[in-house]
Ligand binder design. Structure first.
Ligand code: HEC
Length: 242
């Protein structure tokens, strides 16, 4: 790796640490705020499954957690969720669920399922209060609109090795394939030398093959390269607009 690249990687590492710290502080502040609200006003702020929580699960969890889904257990109804509340609490607090391997602060993605600090606080506060069901029917979405490839038929996919492939066109999405547990910084190097951070993928897990859809397509003029800094086996599938 050239010394310049090393320096950038180090800088990015430092930024990543700061981003994570800032995120943790925000979560603590929000959690603290909601917890004290709940303690002081038990009537006004009692969160329930039917009114507050089921919509979050429908939006962020049932895509995988259905009886036929690619996860160990369904989380589509109150009865299915209740036995799992302590595991759920841990998974959402540590941001392990919903599964998503792009580090926050690096690029913005249209299909990022991550919970907001507010949703995390709501779920944990609800669980700590004994996970009350509440009145009325729960939110039961129909089939979630599927995100990703099939909503963009006018796209072409190319798989490229990671050794600085040159790519030109409007970049819509990336799907990195790395060694298990590896992290990768993905940067677009434009012909004029400018660099745009596309994503920072952490802790790659081959069982969850994720396509990251850019919130804003990135125009790569002819002569651009996608620099992927990752150890070991690595390939990158890119989706470009036709
Ligand atoms: C992209 C698919 C996907 C989404 C979305 C998802 N999960 Fe999971 N979940 C999994 C898979 C797969 C596992 C099995 C463990 C693994 O592979 O990491 C799992 C495991 C779990 C576990 C069990 C962990 C343990 O103790 O073994 C909990 C709890 C959980 N998910 C909660 C949630 C919640 C809550 C949400 C929504 C906020 C969510 N998941 C969203 C795929 C998903």
């Amino acid at each position: 790796m050239d010394p310049h690249g090393t320096r950038i990687a180090r800088l990015e590492g430092a930024r990543l640490t700061r981003t994570i710290t800032a995120g943790a502080i925000t979560a603590v502040l929000v959690l603290g705020g909601l917890a004290s609200l709940a303690a002081h006003d038990p009537i006004g702020t009692k969160l329930t499954w039917t009114r507050d929580i089921s919509r979050v699960f429908q939006a962020r969890c049932v895509e995988c957690h259905t009886p036929a889904g690619r996860s160990p257990m369904p989380l589509t109804t109150y009865e299915e969720v209740v036995p799992w509340t302590s595991a759920i609490r841990l998974q959402v607090l540590t941001r392990k669920m919903p599964i998503w391997h792009a580090a926050r602060g690096y690029g913005a993605f249209a299909n990022d399922p991550s919970l907001s600090p507010f949703d995390i606080a709501a779920i944990t506060t609800w669980i700590d209060a004994g996970a009350p069901r509440g009145e009325g029917p729960e939110v039961r979405a129909g089939k979630e609109a599927s995100r990703g490839a099939d909503r963009t038929p006018a796209a072409r996919l190319t798989t490229v090795p990671c050794a600085e492939p040159s790519v030109a066109g409007r970049l819509l999405a990336i799907r990195p394939q790395l060694q298990d547990g590896a992290s990768a910084g993905i940067t677009a190097v434009l012909p004029d030398g400018r660099r745009e951070i596309v994503a920072w993928i952490r802790d790659y897990d081959a069982r969850h093959d994720i396509t990251y859809w850019l919130r804003a397509p990135l125009t790569l003029p002819r002569g651009s390269r996608l620099k992927v800094e990752a150890p070991g086996v690595c390939s990158l599938t890119v989706t470009l607009a036709r």
